[in-house]
Design a protein around this ligand. Structure first.
Ligand SMILES: NC(=O)C1=CN([C@@H]2O[C@H](COP(=O)(O)OP(=O)(O)OC[C@H]3O[C@@H](n4cnc5c(N)ncnc54)[C@H](O)[C@@H]3O)[C@@H](O)[C@H]2O)C=CC1
Ligand SMILES: CC(C)CCC[C@@H](C)[C@H]1CC[C@H]2C3=C(CC[C@]12C)[C@@]1(C)CCC(=O)C[C@@H]1CC3
Length: 345
């Protein structure tokens, strides 16, 4: 009979490792002496020390080779929120996550760290210093968030100390940094089209934006603290920069850093939200005839016009979390990393 090799604690897999957060996570894991298997539907880079497995996480047979002899799995794959594709979110974030859990159990993985989202408690109204005991949103702001809630519950409920399968969920918020395909590119595209002149509401709303390396740090701390006797088993943790900033100050700093004008004119929140809702409904009704994607979706307007910042006290207490990069340094490094998005480039 073949002897089963005990998975090495320094051998891990990153599902979604070709993405923005996933790749930063892989780089840090390599620095810390881990050997890494990446599983992703696409391969976006090649580095020594990483084995790539291309496939769909909804396919258990495709996942299993990537999890062989692995003791720790990070699951940070998801369709992009902007895709607004309900069926895709349900397939990948819900059914796919069930498949990931089954595959981990079959491959005798000991620890699963999920990238959830702080948005799982956000309903489009103010959250100030929200803690993890806030209830899940009853009316999530979009299908993406709806499926992230189910995904988080599935992973946390799968935590089983008796069977030696431990899980934890990290809830970051507004991740930014070099190679982010979302926040800065969308912002610059909006500015280039002359649509970043307006501040939605009075501009005083505070929001968390989290530099990607802090999010990575939170994931690795969680993985390294995940033991049977640890309080973190089966729990969610907010990971932020712990420096809430006015949403429009953050946007302005990035825009000005890249050579664009900061937004100046105020528009009432209710008016912009109402218009965004109307446009979104129109885009749904007209979808069979014409396809258009409004920039100011109700979700983005809600995120831009309300307070939503979260306490990361629990992560500090249970796993000694402290951001490793300040917001100021994070913004500077991010701005420098996008020379091609500078005004006039
Ligand atoms: N970007 C943000 O501000 C925030 C992101 N998150 C979460 O962080 C995680 C990572 O997000 P990002 O790096 O920003 O996104 P990303 O789009 O850069 O990366 C996601 C990766 O998942 C892969 N993927 C998607 N469907 C797949 C499938 N069926 N099978 C295998 N791989 C698949 C993609 O190819 C991509 O490489 C996601 O779970 C997201 O929900 C949470 C809070 C905020
Ligand atoms: C057009 C402008 C009003 C806004 C441009 C910036 C936005 C693209 C981003 C501002 C806050 C971001 C954010 C996310 C995506 C990009 C923004 C809307 C998430 C929805 C990404 C996935 C999550 O889990 C939550 C994030 C909240 C903040």
């Amino acid at each position: 009979m073949a002897t089963r090799i005990r998975p090495s604690s320094k051998r891990c897999a990153v599902i979604g490792g070709s993405g923005f957060l996933g790749r930063h996570l892989v780089e840090k894991l390599l620095d810390r002496g881990y050997s890494v298997a990446v599983f992703d539907i696409r391969q976006s880079y090649e580095v020594p020390g990483v084995t790539f497995h291309q496939g769909d996480l909804c396919d258990q047979q495709a996942l299993l080779p990537a999890l062989k002899d692995v003791s720790l799995v990070f699951h940070c794959a998801s369709p992009a929120p902007a895709s607004d594709d309900r069926a895709l979110f349900e397939r990948v974030n819900i059914q796919g996550t069930q498949t990931v859990i089954k595959a981990c159990i079959e491959a005798r993985v000991q620890k699963l760290v999920l990238t959830s989202s702080a948005s799982v408690v956000f309903e489009g109204t103010d959250i100030k210093n929200g803690r993890e005991d806030l209830p899940y949103a009853k009316k999530p702001i979009d299908y993406y968030t709806q499926t992230k809630i189910v995904q988080e519950k599935l992973v946390l409920e799968a935590c089983d100390k008796q069977k030696g399968f431990l899980t934890v969920a990290i809830r970051p918020h507004g991740i930014f940094g070099p190679r982010d395909p979302q926040l800065v590119p969308i912002l610059v595209d909006t500015a280039r089209r002359g649509k970043m002149k307006f501040i939605i509401g009075d501009g005083s709303n505070l929001v968390d934006f989290t530099f990607v390396e802090n999010v990575v740090h939170g994931h690795i701390l969680a993985a390294e603290h995940l033991r049977t006797d640890s309080p973190i088993c089966g729990k969610p943790y907010h990971i932020t920069n712990d420096e809430p900033i006015r949403f429009w100050d953050f946007m302005s700093e990035v825009l000005v850093g890249l050579g664009y004008a900061a937004p100046r004119y105020h528009l009432p929140y209710a008016l912009v939200y109402g218009l965004a809702l109307l446009l979104w409904l129109l885009s749904l009704i007209l979808r069979p005839l014409v396809s258009f994607k409004p920039t100011f979706t109700p979700m983005r307007v809600a995120l831009a016009g309300t307070h939503h910042y979260y306490s990361c006290e629990r992560a500090k207490e249970d796993m000694g979390y402290k951001p490793v990069v300040s917001l100021k340094e994070g913004i500077e490094r991010t701005v420098k990393s996008y020379p091609h998005l500078r005004h006039g480039a």
